[in-house]
Design a protein around this ligand. Structure first.
Ligand code: FAD
Ligand code: MG
Length: 334
């Protein structure tokens, strides 16, 4: 995500960034004087919430509740915080809806590849096969009476990296609203929620990054209000070996990085967790299957960018997307 528009002179902005969930999290609050909220209190509440989410939901911390579930795989159920239980349940729902393209039980494969971490490597084919066999999300047992989760096979691991940043953005949006913030941009490493509008007459303009370059600027912008905006792509986290690129969105059915006809997928919806899960899923599904899925989700809009610089947009975005940089072009999907 890139800002493509600044606040107007009469507008004021206070902004704070923290490093959490393995990424930079920036919250920008907008207001016209006098200040209608206490920025220090808002930022403290945001930072506390991010820390709690990381402590509970990180697959990378040995002491998280998610790791406790993973460590008990094949042994016993683990009772966890209701928020984690609900997010796992939601994730399983998305695995159902997306024909397993979104797979929260993909943890063993994610750890094996280690993409974005020091141990990233092209694993041996038999190790990939063995890890893929541990990704059957249909076997995950959820017990809502004590909010416990059981992974029945030793070595199975849950990973919420494809949805938890969206959930975190939703939680921050709730905090901001409850503390009197009406206009804001929340950016959790590219997972964005905008609150309110830019001002009385204009919407926020949020940029979609150039998927051809890791540190590229915005090539398209979307005009939005009160929306979640989440992009998944093959250009964010990857390594190269023998001239081949291996990125971090995996296809559990093959055990390898998903082979997609898309280089980036942006999902625009009402909440961050749903948009995050769908962005990951649509990247895995590719354009055709994603379109069939989106037909069942009328409240969701999408921008699919392919390797030939075409941005396919759903009908609901027809008058909201602007090309900032040729040769990118827009095609409205039927
Ligand atoms: P998305 O497309 O949203 O998600 C891709 C991520 O989801 C992958 O990295 C993998 O974790 C998982 N995934 C891969 N394939 C699938 C699939 N088919 N279905 C479902 N999920 C899939 N990064 C660090 O470097 N260090 C950290 O300590 C660290 N801690 C984190 C703690 C938390 C709570 C969270 C949410 C993230 C953390 N991360 C950390 C970042 C994380 O590892 C991912 O890189 C990040 O969530 C990917 O987000 P994305 O928007 O790029 O991609
Ligand atoms: Mg995602």
């Amino acid at each position: 995500m890139v800002f493509v528009q600044c606040a107007e002179p009469a507008d004021r902005r206070v902004e704070r960034s923290v490093y959490a969930l393995g990424t930079r999290c920036t919250v920008s609050l907008f207001y016209t004087a006098p200040l209608p909220f206490d920025p220090d209190a808002v930022f403290e509440a945001v930072s506390d919430r991010l820390q709690t989410i990381e402590q509970v939901m990180s697959a990378n911390r040995a002491d998280s509740q998610l790791s406790a579930i993973n460590n008990a795989a094949g042994k016993n159920p683990v009772a966890v915080a209701p928020a984690l239980f609900s997010l796992i349940k939601k994730s399983i729902g998305f695995a159902h809806k997306t024909d397993s393209a979104f797979n929260p039980a993909i943890g063993a494969l994610v750890k094996l590849w280690g993409i974005g971490f020091k141990n990233e490597q092209l694993p041996a084919a038999d190790a990939i096969q063995a890890a893929s066999a541990l990704t059957d999300w249909k076997t995950v047992r959820l017990n809502s009476s004590d909010t416990s989760v059981f992974l029945p096979i030793a070595g199975m691991e849950l990973d919420l990296g494809g949805i938890a940043k969206g959930y975190a953005a939703d939680e921050i949006a709730k905090i901001l609203r409850s503390m009197g913030v009406e206009r804001a941009i929340i950016n959790i490493g590219g997972t964005v929620i905008v609150l309110g509008k830019k001002n009385r007459t204009q919407l926020w303009k949020i940029g979609i990054k150039d998927p051809r370059r890791h540190d590229g600027g915005a090539v398209l912008s979307a005009a939005l209000s009160n929306a979640a905006f989440v992009t998944s792509g093959s250009y964010e986290r990857f390594f190269e070996q023998d001239g081949k690129r291996y990125h971090h969105i995996l296809d559990a059915t093959t055990g390898y990085p998903a082979v997609s006809d898309l280089v980036s997928v942006t999902i625009i919806g009402e909440n961050g967790a749903d948009a995050d899960a769908l962005a990951t899923a649509c990247f895995v599904l590719g354009k055709k299957k994603s379109l069939a899925l989106l037909k069942t989700l009328p409240q969701i809009n999408a921008v699919f960018i392919d390797a030939h610089n075409t941005a396919y947009i759903t009908d609901g975005l027809k008058n909201r997307i602007t090309v900032l940089e040729p040769p990118f072009r827009i095609q409205v999907l039927e």
